[in-house]
Write a protein that binds this ligand. Structure first.
Ligand SMILES: *Cc1c(COP(=O)(O)O)cnc(C)c1O
Length: 377
């Protein structure tokens, strides 16, 4: 079976981990946490990094650090992971869902603009499957209405966006470095991994300070064990940070490896009828976190059956996200009942991704592509 993801760690990634282990700095205290935070934040072009236990807790911290609270509305895509909606619901605010673009699967910009109300506090942008959201219109909208922009950059380490295109000084910016605050995941299938791990990054010193507090039980600086705010224990260990720190230095290579794997797939699959392949806009450097396939309506079976047929040929896959508006757990809370987001509903049923971890080889890509071709023949 070709696994859907296999991480690629290098010998050079091991030295800091061994050092952390041998010197006994195995908790969240220790130099690698600071180093990892500094290096990743500065790569993304912002001043502060706050390492946390995973990408989901990073979102919880970010939502609370910017002050989203009961009664606020947060515009976000329906097509995403539950980690985006959960923290908003937990603070008593309301996720306002929009559908996604059928080509990039990122949130639909016209629907974002139409969803703004006097209660809107923030836009939670999710860069999907390695492709950036078109940020200029989002940032302009946020500026106009005084909204906070949170970027969930868990799937786009190293992705670039061309800002100001059409003008006389366009600039390429890093995903995660454009909003007021951003979050990353370092789960084993992400472009940089610490096994489990995450980070909040921001240029705003107040958000950074609140995020640091929220990560560590809101212990007060002046008096430990005195609490005036309610926090969490979401710390990353020094050993985990030690695994990630060296990967920051390799990020350009990592991105190139992902882009090369995507090119290998596209070369082999672009002539196969009946499937939609990942797309890259001119204004984006996508990082192809996963290589997604969406079945055309003409194909007489859905992604579940597609996955079963690929599995029978030794290829492991994962289905696309199921929209937040279709989640029973939220319906039970009275949320999103009767809502429809047709693109999200369609790709949730017609989409899956094929093996695309960093360790994938051309030989495996060849086998997977052949299996896809046979199943669709
Ligand atoms: C992976 C992912 C997360 C969650 O990260 P974990 O580290 O698994 O908690 C959040 N958002 C998006 C878009 C993701 O892909």
């Amino acid at each position: 079976m070709i696994p859907v993801n296999e991480p690629l760690l290098e010998e050079s990634d091991f030295a800091p981990l061994e050092d952390a282990f041998r010197t006994g700095w195995i908790s969240s205290a220790g130099r690698y946490v600071d180093e990892f935070e500094d290096r990743w934040a500065s790569y993304c072009g912002v001043g502060h990094g706050i390492a946390v236990s995973n990408g989901s807790t990073a979102l919880q911290v970010a939502v609370e650090a910017v002050g989203i609270s009961a009664g606020d509305e947060v515009i976000m895509p329906s097509f995403t992971i539950i980690s985006c909606a959960s923290p908003v619901v937990r603070v008593g605010a309301k996720p306002v869902l929009v559908d996604c673009d059928p080509v990039t699967y990122c949130m639909d910009l016209d629907q974002v603009a139409a969803a703004v109300t006097p209660r809107t506090k923030a836009i939670l942008v999710v860069h999907m499957y390695g492709h950036p959201v078109d940020m200029d219109p989002i940032l302009a909208l946020a500026e106009k209405h005084g909204l906070i922009v949170i970027e969930d950059a868990a799937e786009v380490h190293g992705a670039l966006y061309e800002s100001g295109r059409g003008g006389n000084a366009p600039v390429w910016k890093k995903c995660g470095g454009m909003g007021h605050i951003a979050t990353f995941s370092f789960f084993a299938n992400k472009l940089i991994t610490t096994g489990e791990g995450g980070m909040v990054i921001t240029d705003n010193p107040e958000y950074a300070e609140r995020a640091r507090g929220l990560r560590n039980l809101c212990f007060r600086q002046d008096r430990r064990f005195l609490h005036t705010e309610h926090g969490y224990q979401f710390r990353l260990t020094n050993m985990q940070a030690a695994i990630g720190v060296n990967q920051v230095g390799r990020i350009e290579q990592i991105v190139e490896r992902k882009r090369q794997a995507a090119r290998e797939y596209t070369q082999r699959l672009e002539t196969v009828p009946g499937i939609q392949l990942p797309f890259e806009h001119q204004w984006a450097r996508a990082v192809y976190w996963v290589y997604g396939l969406v079945l055309d309506d003409a194909i007489p079976f859905d992604a579940l059956e597609f996955a079963n047929r690929l599995k029978a040929k030794g290829v492991e896959t994962r289905p696309f996200f199921l929209g937040m508006h279709e989640q029973p757990v939220f319906h039970d809370m009275g949320l999103f009942v009767g809502e429809h987001h047709p693109v999200t509903e369609r790709i949730a049923r017609r989409g899956l991704y094929v093996p695309s971890g960093l360790a994938i080889t051309v030989d495996q890509i060849e086998k997977v592509s052949l299996a896809v071709r046979e199943v669709l023949a």
